[in-house]
Design a protein around this ligand. Structure first.
Ligand code: NAD
Length: 239
C-alpha cells in the first residue's frame, strides 16, 4: 500500500458510479486525492468540493495523476486508455459493453502500464471467484450451475459477473449452466451451485448496496499504483 496519497483521475465523474467514487474518495482523503474529474460534457461549475472538473475533450490538459478510474461508456474509453499509456499512469476500468478491438487495445496497453478491467469490483465477488475455482477443481464430475438475480431494469443476462464465475467454475472442464432472475430492486445476487450424488455445495454472494463497486475500485486503485505493467485481476489485489 502506498504511504502518500495517490493522485486519482475519475473518468465518467457525473455518472452514478462517478458520483459514488467522488463521495467515497473524499472519505479516504489520507489515502487518495482526486486531482481531476472528467465528464462527457463541459462541466459547470469547474471546481466541486475542491476537485477540478474537465470535459472529455480537455483530457490532454489534466494535471499529473497516478491512476485513472474509468466508469464511463465504451465511446469514451479509447481516449482515457490512450492518456494513461501516454502518461505512464495506471488504469482501473469497470466500463462494460466494449468492442473486441477495445479489449485488444487493453491487452496491448498492459504491456506498458498496470491495469485492471473487471465486470465486478466487489471484493466479495473476487473472493467468491477464487473459492469457486477451488471448489470446481476439488469436485470433478459434479454439475455446476450459476444462478443470478438482479433488478428488473438490468437488460443483459446472464450478468457479466455470472459469466466470470462460470469461467472460474469451468476452468476444471465441467460444463456450466446459467439461470437468471429479474425481480424488484435486487442489487445483485450470485449463487454457484455444485451438485453431486446426494449432496450439494452452494457458494453465494449478495450485494446490498451499489457502493461496493466504487469502494472496491478505490481499493484496487490504491493497490495498483506503482506496480509493474501488466493486466491484474481484482483478486490479485485483495491484500
Ligand atoms: P452512468 O450512465 O450513470 O454514467 C456514465 C458516465 O460516463 C457519465 O459521467 C458520462 O458523462 C460519462 N461518459 C459517457 N460518455 C463519455 C465519453 N465519451 N467520455 C467521457 N465520459 C463519458 O453509468 P454508471 O451507472 O455510472 O456506469 C458507468 C459504467 O460502469 C457502465 O459501463 C456500467 O456498466 C459500468 N459499471 C461497472 C461496474 C463494475 O463493478 N464493473 C459497476 C457498475 C457500473
Amino acid at each position: 500500500m502506498n504511504a502518500s496519497p495517490i493522485r486519482i483521475l475519475i473518468h465518467g465523474a457525473s455518472g452514478r458510479m462517478g458520483q459514488a467514487l467522488l463521495r467515497l474518495a473524499a472519505e479516504q482523503a489520507g489515502h487518495c486525492q482526486v486531482v481531476a474529474a472528467v465528464t462527457r460534457r463541459t462541466p459547470s461549475p469547474r471546481v466541486v468540493d475542491g476537485v477540478p472538473h474537465f470535459a472529455a475533450s480537455e483530457l490532454a490538459g489534466v494535471p499529473a495523476f497516478d491512476v485513472a478510474i474509468d466508469f464511463s461508456l465504451p465511446d469514451g474509453f479509447d481516449r482515457i486508455l490512450a492518456l494513461c499509456v501516454e502518461r505512464g499512469a495506471a488504469l482501473v476500468s469497470g466500463t462494460t459493453g466494449m468492442a473486441d478491438a477495445q479489449a485488444g487495445a487493453l491487452a496491448q496497453a498492459a504491456k506498458s502500464i498496470p491495469l485492471v478491467w473487471a465486470s465486478n469490483f466487489s471484493l466479495g465477488v473476487a473472493v467468491l471467484a477464487d473459492l469457486v475455482e477451488r471448489a470446481a477443481a476439488a469436485l470433478p464430475g459434479w454439475d455446476v450451475d450459476v444462478v443470478e438475480s438482479h433488478h428488473v431494469h438490468k437488460k443483459d443476462a446472464p450478468s457479466g459477473t455470472a459469466l466470470t464465475l462460470g469461467g472460474a467454475a469451468g476452468s476444471a472442464g465441467a460444463p456450466v449452466h446459467y439461470a437468471s432472475l429479474r425481480a424488484g430492486d435486487i442489487v445483485g445476487e450470485h449463487t454457484v451451485q455444485f451438485t453431486g450424488l446426494g449432496e450439494r455445495v452452494e457458494l453465494v454472494h449478495r450485494a446490498t448496496h451499489r457502493d461496493v463497486f466504487a469502494r472496491g475500485a478505490l481499493h484496487v486503485a490504491r493497490q495498483l499504483a506503482g506496480r509493474p505493467a501488466g493486466s491484474y485481476r481484482v483478486r490479485d489485489l485483495l491484500a
